[in-house]
Design a binder for this molecule. Structure first.
Ligand SMILES: Cc1cc2nc3c(=O)[nH]c(=O)nc-3n(C[C@H](O)[C@H](O)[C@H](O)COP(=O)(O)O)c2cc1C
Length: 197
């Protein structure tokens, strides 16, 4: 067997870190949204998840102020939105926000204040479980999921089912998204979902 030695600085790329998600937050009339690839489930009951949110992001400022955030899981058809909200900061915007600037349609959360993005395939409302050490040292946020929804077109009976609906498959990584044709980008995740389905 031939093995390729991976630089330790690239070791994280060997793990499947799940779909890229969009994290939105709001506080005192301000709202914002960013992309986040570093996320994962942490616990079943109560359902908990983790996300890594850089200190420089405006979204983090709103999350720390409000104690909550929403996750919208975008699909392949929303690649441009992922790229736009993941490469610009709401902090730089004057008299507007990313939702207005990029013409993003939202609908309200039920348990928290952050808006959810229309057109996504799943949504989770999350309340931060304060862990100052993890947040400050590793930018790691732990949160409890207090509500969750999915587009029944591709998720029902507790499972994803993308057969014949490639445009609805969640978006995996920005890098993959940039270099592969759309039809190929999501096959690994699609196959994985089918194999566990
Ligand atoms: C595909 C993709 C994945 C990203 N993943 C993360 C992530 O996991 N954590 C993070 O802090 N930033 C991540 N970013 C960068 C943020 O989305 C980016 O810094 C954004 O501009 C922050 O916006 P804000 O300042 O308006 O909150 C990612 C960007 C892209 C395009």
């Amino acid at each position: 067997m031939l093995t390729y030695t991976v630089e330790l600085s690239k070791a994280y790329r060997l793990l499947n870190h799940g779909p890229v998600i969009l994290i939105s937050a709001s506080h005192n009339g301000k709202q914002n949204i960013m992309a986040a690839a570093w996320n994962m489930p942490l616990d079943f009951d109560p359902p908990r998840i983790t996300v890594v949110i850089d200190k420089n992001t405006y979204t983090r400022e709103l999350i720390e102020a409000s104690g909550s955030f929403a996750i919208s899981v975008p699909c392949v058809a929303q690649i441009d939105i992922v790229r736009k909200v993941g490469t610009s900061s709401g902090r730089d915007l004057i008299n507007t926000d990313k939702f207005a600037l990029y013409d993003l349609e939202t609908f309200p959360s039920k348990q928290i204040t952050a808006p959810l993005l229309k057109g996504c395939v799943a949504w989770l409302e999350c309340k931060v479980i304060p862990e100052p050490h993890s947040q400050n040292t590793y930018d790691l946020f732990i949160a409890e999921v207090v509500a969750a929804y999915a587009d029944e077109f591709v998720f029902s009976d507790g499972r994803w089912h993308f057969e014949g609906h490639d445009d609805y498959v969640p978006y995996t990584t920005w890098r993959v998204g940039r270099f592969l044709p759309r039809a190929l980008q999501f096959k690994p995740l699609f196959s994985f979902c089918k194999s566990i389905g």
